[in-house]
Ligand binder design. Sequence first.
Ligand code: AMP
Ligand code: MG
Length: 323
Amino acid sequence: MIQSDPRILPASAENIALAGESIRQGGLVAFPTETVYGLGADATNEQSVAQIFAAKERPRFTPLIIHFAATQAAAQAVDFNALADELAETFWPGALTLVLPRRRDCAVSFLAGAGLDTLAVRVPNHPVAQALINEAACPIAAPSANRSGTVSPTTAAHVAENLPGVTVVLDGGACPLGIESTVIDLTDEFPVLLRPGGVTREEVETLTGPLAKPEFAGQASKSPGTRDRHYAPGLPLRLNAESARSGEALLGFGPGAPKDAANLSPTGDIVEAAANLFALIRALDRPEFRAIAVMPVPETGLGAAINDRLRRAAAQYGDRREP
Ligand code: AMP
Ligand code: MG
């Protein structure tokens, strides 16, 4: 007989309560939704969200979907407009994700939203997902529970095989839909279909009218025509800096950085650095500075994703490496 995997726990009320407690304490839990299994963490905890990226070995910080137990809870994180209200009313709980503007007082981690001013939100229609979010009593950030570049898992066994580091997988059986949620961006002049998924385009279009293609996302906003929208600070970034020049803010990393500088991680912990990345860049992105000088961050582990994001932010002003 095949030995059962100790990381896989039946989704009993008791185990869901334990898993909810683990999420509240900053842990990661893989759990079933009606679409695919998600790798969940407290969406308001930057450090826990950084652990998601580390576990998935994602080479880049892509924004995650934030899962709520009810529309009311989602409305505390993002600003709903009339169309969003209608879509939520019709399709939630369900396999539809809405991208909406973050509220000013939004408690969700900046890393979970990849630093963007928008956030993807969803209310899943799966009893285990619902119960887990209620037990955790916080929004849950959850991408698919697989290593980056591999297929999304639809059973607990897939998750355990594919993510060796995952410690808890709530087993709620096979996912009823088995494909990801449909993602609609409502932050533009017209609604955009970013990703086809569990709810069909036709169903959505009965409410939205014709959906625009992803190529059109962002056309109405400042960053033109990008499927790959990313957070860009207002100030230029100067990478691989050894110190700040006159008028520059300094973003340090590790014990070698000046004590008075903002520091991604004073101890040189790369997961902590990822957790602090977007929040610190935002804090330094102020008009009294002319640029942000960023000290080198090692390429190891999440360092690759941190450097990817820093390079993208720097590239829009041309490469300003230290000579
Ligand atoms: P996953 O978490 O792997 O299911 O993927 C989430 C999907 O939602 C990806 O296609 C993301 O690009 C998309 N997404 C999440 N947040 C945003 C956002 N703020 N703006 C645009 N797309 C988003
Ligand atoms: Mg995925």
